[in-house]
Design a protein around this ligand. Sequence first.
Ligand SMILES: [Fe+2]
Length: 149
Amino acid sequence: MPYIIWRSRMSVGIERIDEDHKQMIRCVNDLDTAINQAVYDPRLTAQTLLSLCQYTKSHFDREEMLMRAVEYPDFAVHKHQHDTARAMLQDICESFMQAPEKAVAERIYKFAADWLVQHILIADMKMVPHIVGTATPAPALAPVPSAVS
Ligand SMILES: [Fe+2]
């Protein structure tokens, strides 16, 4: 699998959140590296998986705190996406702990890699204007002036 590379178009313009996203991408890439060792190492894979899960949880908490602070109007939708991802990660991680097989780890990698990039580019981008304070409603357009007599 190719490594995920953080690109400037993934920047949400909030340094702390960008740093979180970069760290999560590192965790996902570390998982990929662990899975694809010359000799599969379930212990190393479990360690990287744990880091990914822990960091993802703390990042979601941070984003949710920010959204609450600015009373983000789409908070419930965004939080639902986080909750779904939390539950998915939890489920697949539990499957891995019961059967630490490479195929299970690959499922986790695929889910995390796809979900993370899509979520950053769509949902996280959407909340940014509200957090950086530029979400002012578009000004009402002035009415078309009537014909001057
Ligand atoms: Fe998010």
